[in-house]
Write a protein of this length. Structure first.
Length: 494
């Protein structure tokens, strides 16, 4: 019973803390309460994951209403890993946020900022916990609406434009998702994911089911910034406050990938994916996304926008794994969801540290800063190696499993695209290294010192995690393989 209540507490805890944070006096009190809440969520998520790593499933019926009539929270290895990722990134982001938020957000908005941050956390954790598709939609909207507000709080006026653009695209995506869920409900009369799966099997050939599936996939694709539906993402990451860039880059799109995996492989099935053009569409969009987004990153003149386009390319790697529709492919996707959050979180923290010192992420302001901020530069260098996929880093594990999946599938073109994407990553990461370390500082009179310890410690926590999970894959690969077994995906694509 304790285990069942745990799945609910993980969502309720930040939900109760949010209004309390909003009424606290301005200052460090809202930050402290948010910090305590996120670390408690991390402890609960770690405990929850430990209970399901053996393939067990935790089920909690809200209000005592048994599924499928009531809302069910259903926790297996896949969503427990995602919940750990969300709460872990939130817990690490909060110490980082202490100084950056005070510098970038007006003092009278601090309580509101942290309250909305907690609501965003509620939405993301709720998505990971629920086993009901409409409840998933509700939590997705809670996280999305909170994200719009957090992005709009950026220092520059263009943050409002970026938030509005995200709102429009996000609303279209949410509408598509809701229409798809509605069509499935009309056909089956249920919203519970497992019950939907069972009731859909005899009617998979119905046009309404295929139409609902198409609406759902397009809606989620907008949320996860899948190429070519990615146009909202660069400005959202560029103009949001530094702490929010870190949090959203490491969690929001990864949760959207989780939703896609859950809807495609749990609600529908691997057989359905293989019987429709879905896997080919995923592969096609993944290939174009990897190449074109990586090329776009090379031509950026702003560090945050470069990292944003890099994220679009990395999301495309995850979509390639889904398109392969095999055990190895989906394992690679899940592993990369976790590993990419570590590397991109560290890189955006480093970008935020540079912004903290010089007030801009524009390249023309960053010349030579690496020599004056050696710890920040070293973090960028190591996270860049992980992004490329150098052995000994977490990124290598992701790319290795993805290449293995492509070879198993006998998709040699996909394997070549993965390697080409890594080479393009070398180009744009070397562009950053050259800019920061080998160019003379723009203003010789400018005195720049290393970022404060409160920024460096969270950043290097993620850097160490990049190295650790590049050596020890028991958590990432082990849990991903357990999750894939529960999904029932065949070992070899037929």
């Amino acid at each position: 019973m304790i285990e069942q209540n745990l799945s609910l507490l993980l969502v309720v805890l930040p939900l109760l803390a949010a209004p309390v944070t909003a009424i606290l006096p301005q200052g460090k009190a809202p930050w402290l309460l948010t910090l305590i809440t996120t670390w408690l969520c991390l402890i609960l998520a770690s405990w929850q994951l430990s209970l399901v790593t053996d393939g067990s499933v935790i089920s909690y019926a809200l209000g005592g209403w048994a599924p499928p009539w009531g809302i069910e929270y259903r926790i297996d290895a896949m969503n427990a890993l995602v919940a750990l990722l969300i709460s872990g990134i939130a817990a690490i982001t909060l110490p980082y946020a202490l100084h950056t938020v005070e510098k970038e957000i007006p003092r009278h908005q601090l309580s509101l900022f942290y309250a909305v941050f907690l609501l965003c956390l509620v939405g993301l954790l709720g998505i990971a916990q629920t086993g009901d598709v409409f409840n998933l939609f509700v939590f997705l909207e809670i996280s999305s609406l909170s994200s719009y507000v957090l992005i709009a709080m950026g220092e520059q006026r263009r943050a409002l434009t970026a938030a509005f653009q995200y709102l429009i695209m996000g609303s279209i995506g949410a509408t598509f998702l809701l229409i798809g869920i509605g069509l499935l409900f009309v056909e089956t009369g249920t919203l519970n994911m497992l019950d939907l799966h069972e009731r859909l099997q005899p009617i998979m050939h119905h046009r309404t089911v295929h139409t609902g599936f198409a609406f759902i996939v397009v809606g989620i694709a907008l949320k996860l910034a899948l190429f070519p539906l990615h146009l909202w993402l660069p400005n959202a990451y560029k103009y949001s406050p530094s702490a929010i860039s870190v949090f959203l880059a490491a969690t929001a799109t990864k949760v959207a990938v989780y939703i896609m995996l859950r809807m495609v492989f749990t609600v529908f099935s691997t057989d359905f994916v293989r019987a429709t053009p879905t896997d080919h569409i995923f592969l096609l969009l993944g290939v174009f996304g990897v190449i074109l987004a990586s090329i776009a990153a090379i031509y950026q003149t702003d560090m945050k926008r470069l990292l944003a386009y890099s994220s679009i390319a990395q999301i495309s790697y995850m979509v390639l794994g889904m398109g392969l529709a095999s055990a190895l492919g989906v394992t690679a996707t899940l592993v990369h969801v976790f590993n990419h959050a570590l590397m991109k979180g560290a890189l955006f923290m480093a970008a935020g540290a540079l912004v903290y010192r010089v007030g801009s992420s524009q390249f023309k302001k960053l010349d030579g800063l690496g020599r004056h901020m050696p710890w920040t530069f070293a973090a960028i260098f190591i996270a860049g190696l992980s992004l490329i996929g150098i052995p000994g880093t977490a990124g290598f594990i992701s790319k290795w499993y993805l290449v293995l999946a492509a070879i198993e599938h006998q998709s040699w073109l996909i394997a070549l695209v993965i390697l080409l994407g890594s080479l393009l990553t070398v180009v744009y990461m070397w562009k950053l290294v050259e800019l920061l370390f080998f160019r003379p500082i723009t203003d010789p009179a400018l005195t720049v010192t290393e970022a404060p310890a409160w920024l460096l410690l969270p950043m290097w926590t993620l850097i160490i995690a990049n190295i650790y999970f590049g050596i020890n894959t028991e958590l990432t690969v082990g849990v991903a393989e357990t999750a894939v077994n529960l999904l029932g995906i065949a070992a070899i694509h037929e």
